[in-house]
Ligand binder design. Structure first.
Ligand SMILES: [Zn+2]
Length: 238
C-alpha cells in the first residue's frame, strides 16, 4: 500500500514519515513529513481541494523555517497540507484550489540536500501554521480519498452542450483527452506510450477503459480553454 498511493501521483519515496537519521547532522530526528520525488521543476499538484494559507518562502519562527518555498493548503476538514522546498510557487494566499491543480514546481529551496517535495500534513493550522501537529501523511490521504471517492460520472459540457463524462480518481477529476480535444479542434496524437496535443507532450495522462484521461487542470492548460467545475459538473468554455 505504501508505495502505491504515491506512485499513483507519479512520485517515488526517498524518505518516510517518522524517526530517521537527519541528512545534515546524522542525529536521530523526527521527520515531520514524507519526501517525494518526480524530477527537478516537475509540476506539483495539490492532493486535495482547499484554500491557500501560505505561498512564499518559509520564515524562521513562522512554523515553516528551513522549509524553503512553501505552499500550505487548508483542506475542507481543517487539516493543513504543506508542500515544501518548491522551486517556484504558482498560487497566492487566499486562493481556492482544486484537487489536481498545479501549485508549484519541485525544487530544493530551504534546508534541503537535493530536489524533492517534502509533503507534510498538520492536523491544525494555528498557531504557527500548526507546527508540531504533524500526522501520518499517507494515513491522512487514504482516509480523505476514501471519503471523497465517488463512482458517479461527472458530466462535461462544452459551451453548455453535454459531450461526455469525466472520471474521479484519488481526489483528481480527469477528462477524456481525445474525445474533448477533437471537439475543440486540437490535433491529438498517441504513440502507445505518450500523447501530444498539437505537437506538445502531455504529462499526467492516464489510461482507463481504453481511453486516455488527463486531469481537468492539465486539459485547461493544454487546450487553452476555461474549465469551470461545480463539484458535480464540468463546464468548458472556449
Ligand atoms: Zn522531508
Amino acid at each position: 500500500m505504501t508505495a502505491t498511493i504515491w506512485s499513483t501521483y507519479g512520485y517515488r519515496i526517498t524518505s518516510t514519515y517518522g524517526w530517521r537519521s537527519d541528512p545534515f547532522t546524522g542525529n536521530r530526528t523526527w521527520h515531520t513529513g514524507i519526501d517525494l520525488v518526480k524530477s527537478h521543476q516537475a509540476p506539483i499538484l495539490s492532493f486535495t481541494e482547499g484554500i491557500v494559507l501560505h505561498a512564499r518562502m518559509g520564515v524562521a519562527g513562522s512554523g515553516f523555517g528551513g522549509f524553503g518555498n512553501v505552499v500550505a493548503i487548508q483542506a475542507n476538514d481543517g487539516a493543513l497540507l504543506c508542500y515544501a522546498h518548491l522551486d517556484s510557487i504558482m498560487v497566492q494566499t487566499g486562493q481556492v484550489v482544486k484537487a489536481g491543480q498545479t501549485i508549484g514546481t519541485q525544487g530544493s529551496t530551504g534546508r534541503s540536500t537535493g530536489s524533492h517535495l517534502h509533503f507534510e500534513v498538520r492536523s491544525r493550522s494555528t498557531p504557527s501554521y500548526g507546527f508540531k501537529t504533524d500526522t501520518h501523511p499517507e494515513t491522512y490521504l487514504l482516509k480523505t480519498m476514501k471519503t471523497e471517492t465517488t463512482t458517479k460520472p461527472i458530466p462535461i459540457s462544452i459551451q453548455n452542450k453535454y459531450i461526455c463524462n469525466g472520471t474521479y480518481l484519488n481526489g483528481i477529476t480527469y477528462a477524456p483527452l481525445r474525445l474533448l480535444g477533437e471537439r475543440l479542434g486540437a490535433n491529438i496524437t498517441w504513440n502507445g506510450v505518450s500523447a501530444a496535443v498539437n505537437g506538445k507532450h502531455v504529462s499526467e495522462a492516464k489510461m482507463k477503459d481504453g481511453q486516455l484521461y488527463v486531469p481537468v487542470r492539465v486539459f485547461e492548460q493544454l487546450l487553452h480553454v476555461k474549465v469551470n467545475w461545480t463539484g458535480k459538473e464540468i463546464y468548458i468554455t472556449t
